[in-house]
Design a protein around this ligand. Structure first.
Ligand code: SAM
Length: 309
């Protein structure tokens, strides 16, 4: 793209119909703008320039889903981060984690009343609970399989801010920015909770929030949490028990709180040798996942805090 074109010719933002301008140039060649961003002077939506071509579409996320994996290899970090911002799952978790229900987060915070050495948040998504663990720990580790969620969490740690496209309605999204003042003694990794890359018995606290019904083998997940905990370590689980045969075979489902409790205290599956004392239970806690301004999923989750040994 020849940037001088924009001196005499106006490109229009498809979201608000105002003028676009060059925001920043990441790569340039012989006066041509190869990679970077245009932004809207009014609503501040951004549009990437990739391989010298501006891509100006209302639904950038849909375009990225259709083509992203073909072109991502040579793109700069900034362009890849821009597409991460378009991820609606990311928008849902950022809102749930950093703009979510105070009652829900306070109940989770109340499970943390001791000083911890190492703590682990399994299935951390965008990391709000990992940061909470960090404020009680020497080091908190957040782990999740989803790269876009974990890399957003790592960016929050580095930059103490995040910018993302918040979905307002079916086709309208708004650039949203959160600023934070969060602890930095946090370490985020992409790893599988069923095969965690840690030595046994090193954590004082392991959480698995709304994760049990998302993994293929929930009993193995509990076994791994147990293996990672020190002898008097604390295990925190929340679950809506929203089992789905797309994620795990029905034979693996730990149907409800009664089944889960009987596993944790060692009544069912004695071969797992679990022996936990239940410290805190909440039968119904509202967990909200916003999708847009008029659509949210609300789950009633069960919370269980238990101590090993
Ligand atoms: C329902 S979300 C809950 C996220 C967060 N704990 C919360 O409560 O807001 C489940 C998370 O677990 C992650 N996940 C699912 N299976 C996983 C696995 N085997 N290993 C690591 N993370 C996993 C997903 O990527 C997702 O971020």
């Amino acid at each position: 793209m020849n940037p001088q074109v924009l001196d005499s010719f106006t490109l229009i933002c498809p979201a608000c119909r105002n003028a676009l301008r060059i925001a920043n140039c990441i790569k340039e060649d012989s006066g041509y703008f190869i990679e970077g961003f245009l932004d809207c002077t009014a609503c501040h939506s951004r549009y990437p320039v990739i391989a010298g071509v501006p891509v100006i579409l209302k639904d950038m996320a849909a375009w990225w889903r259709s083509i992203g994996s073909d072109i991502s290899a040579n793109l700069s970090c900034e362009i890849l981060e821009y597409f991460a911002e378009c991820d609606s799952l990311l928008s849902t978790y950022l809102q749930s984690h950093y703009d979510g229900s105070a009652a829900y987060w306070n109940s989770l915070k109340e499970c943390l009343d001791t000083r911890l050495n190492f703590s682990l948040d399994m299935g951390c998504a965008t990391g709000a609970y990992t940061f909470e663990l960090a404020s009680h720990s020497k080091l908190a580790v957040g782990m999740d399989l989803n790269f876009s969620l974990v890399s957003a969490a790592a960016r929050i740690q580095r930059e103490q801010s995040i910018r993302f496209l918040r979905k307002r309605s079916c086709r309208h999204a708004q650039v949203t920015e959160y600023d934070f003042d969060l602890p930095t003694n946090v370490f985020f990794i992409v790893a599988d909770v069923l095969e965690p890359p840690f030595s046994a018995g090193i954590f004082d606290f392991v959480s698995g929030l709304n994760l049990l019904d998302n993994v293929r083998f929930p009993l193995i997940m509990i076994g791994q949490m147990d293996a990672l905990l020190k002898t008097t370590g604390l295990m925190l689980l929340t679950s809506p028990f929203a089992w789905s045969s797309e994620l795990s075979e029905p034979v693996e489902w730990l149907e409800n709180e009664e089944v889960l409790k009987s596993v944790i205290v060692g009544e069912s599956f004695p071969q797992m040798e679990l022996d936990y004392r239940i410290i805190r239970e909440i039968e119904h806690l509202e967990w909200v996942l916003p999708q847009d301004d008029r659509l949210k999923s609300v789950y009633s989750v069960y919370l269980l805090l238990a101590q090993k040994g």
